[in-house]
Design a binder for this molecule. Structure first.
Ligand code: 5AD
Ligand code: SF4
Length: 476
């Protein structure tokens, strides 16, 4: 899970190349079309939705630019999972209210805040002309047509779509890793969560279209595929092949050219042993599982309607731990949920010890409008939520420190994803999702290299290029 704003980068050379390859060369010429800018908040699904929206815009001749000042069309792809994220959007919209030339710009609000707060957006920011939730993105091209033909205000808020937002023109911002949404929406009913309301009911994409997209991406040079869904492992194939999620994983892993496959986010209720068996059988499936637990207390889990108990969750963990490969496990946790006692919180802390997570994304509970828990008493004071969060994070830091220490002296294959020019350091990622910094060159971006780990910290590793660059003896 990611947070904070992500900026969709302007037309990068690889994007230009990929648009050219897709026969849309003329449409992305520098001189063409209105300049647009998208700012993205929230999760990986939003980041990928923005890539698709950018693709649709470019297919219509709009061209991406790197700042809102240069743009004539500005889209905010928003997140409302916690209150702070939702507030950020209104403060961004405020900056344009004051802007001298806001009248001439088309401003659109997409994503979860758009879906939840449509009318309030037009009231608070009258200069907004398009409001569209993610379940209505399949209609986005039509909505854009209406704007272009002079409509002042357009909304796309229907949730009753059974389509997924598939587009050939996805504008991918990472040269090596491609995201593919395989399931949209969510049919779970966690009492704290806005997603079922903002993203609509679950809809899975047919496996044949997923696999043909994977093959095309591999041919274009993407080596890592990340399958996305709010509950990715609840995938139910509507195609005649009726592949299970584990079968789909195996088929993606077998696509020639695909070296790494990740998937996020899994729901514990639908997590089955065949996923672990697939990871054991297919080296291209990364040894990493994100399995949000939210709380270690059964009473809290029940109030959250997570549909599993601590014991059932631990059975899934046991299944992952009994794999032949060592699989790293990460989770999401919420502290200070309605009625969470000190004893409940201590059970969450003891779960950290019992599981030994490799990474934990932790949040203070934030009551959200129109959710079931939004009507319950938000009983834990803000200050106490903050205290619990710090205690949990300090404990997890210690656990991560210990777990990462076991990586020292080992050699891992990393995909080089970044370069820090000031430090002369390459930034790589292991299959288990650990970051490794090591002396390198900018030209190594996108390469797979073997790195020996020399030191570790709670959040990353330090290494050096292994003298032996042959795969085989390398831990994956
Ligand atoms: N308050 C705090 N955290 C939340 N999450 C979802 N809804 C809320 C909320 N109302 C967290 C959960 C989820 C992650 C994406 O965000 O941990 O797994
Ligand atoms: Fe929200 Fe629960 Fe669905 Fe995850 S499974 S998106 S937390 S309702």
């Amino acid at each position: 899970m990611t947070s904070g704003p992500f900026q969709i980068l302007p037309g990068s050379p690889q994007l230009f190349e990929s648009a050219k390859a897709q026969g849309d060369f003329a449409r992305v010429c520098e001189s063409a079309g209105k300049p647009f800018y998208i700012e993205t908040f929230g999760c990986q699904m939003n980041v990928h939705d923005s890539e698709k929206v950018a693709g649709v815009l470019m297919a219509r001749g709009y061209r991406p630019v790197s700042s809102p000042e240069e743009a004539e069309v500005i889209f905010y792809n928003t997140c409302s999972i916690r209150e702070k994220a939702a507030q950020k959007v209104f403060s961004r919209l405020g900056t344009y209210r004051k802007g001298r030339d806001s009248d001439r710009k088309i401003i659109g609000v997409l994503g979860c805040v758009a879906q939840q707060e449509a009318d309030r957006i037009f009231e608070r920011a009258p200069h907004v002309s398009l409001v569209c939730g993610s379940a209505s993105y399949p209609k986005l091209p039509d909505l854009l047509d209406q704007l272009e033909s002079g409509h002042r205000r357009i909304t796309g808020l229907s949730l009753d779509t059974d389509e997924c937002f598939e587009t050939e023109m996805t504008r991918r911002d990472n040269r090596f890793r491609a995201y593919i949404t395989i399931i949209e929406g969510c049919d779970k009913a966690c009492t704290y969560c806005v997603v079922p309301m903002t993203r609509g009911p679950e809809r899975s994409r047919p496996s044949n279209t997923i696999l043909s997209e994977c093959r095309r991406l591999a041919e274009e040079g993407f080596t890592e595929i990340q399958l996305l869904g709010q509950t990715v492992n609840s995938y139910r194939d509507p195609a005649p092949a009726r592949l299970s999620f584990a079968e789909l994983l195996a088929r993606v892993a077998e696509v020639p050219g695909v070296r790494r496959v990740r998937f996020t986010t899994s729901h514990p209720h639908d997590f089955s042993a065949d996923i672990v068996e697939a990871i054991d059988r297919h080296p291209a499936l990364c040894d990493q599982i994100h399995l949000p637990v939210q709380s270690g207390s059964n009473a809290v889990l029940q109030r959250m309607r997570r549909t599993y108990t601590r014991e059932e969750y631990l059975e899934k963990i046991h299944c992952i731990r009994s794999a032949k490969r060592a699989i790293s496990i990460s989770t999401d946790m919420i502290v200070g949920f309605c009625g969470e006692t000190i004893e409940d919180f201590e059970e969450t802390l003891s779960l950290l010890d019992e599981v030994g997570y490799d990474q934990v994304f932790s949040f203070k509970y934030s009551p959200r409008p129109k959710t079931v828990a939004g009507h319950l008493e938000d009983s834990v004071p803000e200050e106490e939520k903050g205290r619990r969060l710090s205690v949990l994070q300090a404990k997890q830091r210690e656990i991560q420190n210990q777990r990462n220490q076991t990586c020292v002296e080992q050699t891992y294959e990393v995909l080089v994803e970044g370069f820090q020019p000031r430090l002369g350091q390459a930034v790589g990622r292991t299959t288990s999702n650990r970051i490794v910094n090591f002396p390198g060159e900018p030209s190594w971006l996108g390469r797979y290299m073997n790195v020996r780990v020399t030191a570790s910290g709670p959040n990353s590793l330090v290494g050096e290029l292994a003298t032996e660059q042959t795969a085989g003896q390398v831990k994956r």
